[in-house]
Ligand binder design. Structure first.
Ligand code: MN
Length: 254
């Protein structure tokens, strides 16, 4: 997403689990063909090497090193591998906290892992994170404020569903927000997305976890999300598309 290829990107999918699709290689080719700057997030550091190999030679796909909060209960010991690989990674995700009923049992472990990851990112600097915050926005922000100063790492809150006050707090921390089509189906979340500063907006799919007409969403579908967002915010879709590319350039230019 940096260098000459960034100039040629047309769309942004800042959070997609490319490696969870059957046709991983075809999807990467599709991102290049459709010029979708795509962040391929991973859920375990064991997936890093294969994702990197698959994305070698791509123009528009970048890979993020992750340890998903929903897997921390079973995989906390993989933090060692994460730590070993982190110097190779510019992008980090999916990481974060999940206080939903299915994962609340591991919440203490999640906080331990998240805190450790943020501290490592702060030490190394120049990282860009995509962060999960289901039912845990206040905690995520608290950790960010304590452990990752804004000049040590850029943060994109993925599928943000916090309150307006939490959104303001995140904006104050310098956070960006990646918006997906599912968020725009909820009246409450549409109201929130409408209020976010335009210079902090990115788009994402969170594929394959989001379905469109019964099939896993694909990165190129972000064009539809930009159209919906433009309608919601009553702005010109082409202006919004270029604004999102400008925002991406800012996020990656730390
Ligand atoms: Mn995800």
């Amino acid at each position: 997403m940096t260098g000459p290829s960034a100039k040629r990107a047309k769309w942004v999918d800042f959070h997609c689990h490319l490696d969870l699709y059957q046709d991983h290689a075809q999807l990467i080719a599709e991102c290049d063909r459709e010029r979708v700057a795509t962040l391929a997030v991973t859920t375990t550091p064991k997936a890093w090497s294969r994702n990197r190999e698959m994305a070698a030679g791509t123009n528009h796909v970048r890979v993020a090193l992750g340890l998903h909060p929903q897997l921390v209960g079973e995989r906390e010991e993989e933090l060692g591998l994460f730590e070993k690989l982190l110097p190779e990674a510019r992008y980090v995700g999916e990481v974060g906290l999940d206080a939903g009923p299915r994962f609340y049992m591991s919440f203490e472990a999640q906080e331990r892992v998240f805190e450790r990851i943020l501290r490592m990112c702060a030490e190394q600097g120049n990282k860009i994170l995509t962060i999960h915050s289901v039912r845990a926005v206040a905690k995520v922000l608290q950790h960010l404020e304590r452990e990752l100063p804004a000049d040590r790492g850029h943060v994109v809150l993925h599928w943000f569903t916090g309150s307006a006050a939490e959104a303001r707090r995140a904006v104050d921390r310098g956070c960006y927000f990646s918006i997906n089509s599912e968020m725009l189906k909820s009246t409450k979340h549409r109201g929130l997305v409408e209020q976010l500063p335009v210079d902090r907006l990115l788009t994402e799919t969170d594929g394959p976890f989001v379905l469109v007409s019964g099939a896993a969403v694909r990165p190129a579908a972000v064009s539809g999300t930009v159209a919906q967002l433009a309608e919601l915010r009553q702005v010109n879709p082409e202006d919004l598309r270029t604004q999102i590319l400008t925002n991406l350039a800012t996020v990656v230019s730390l």
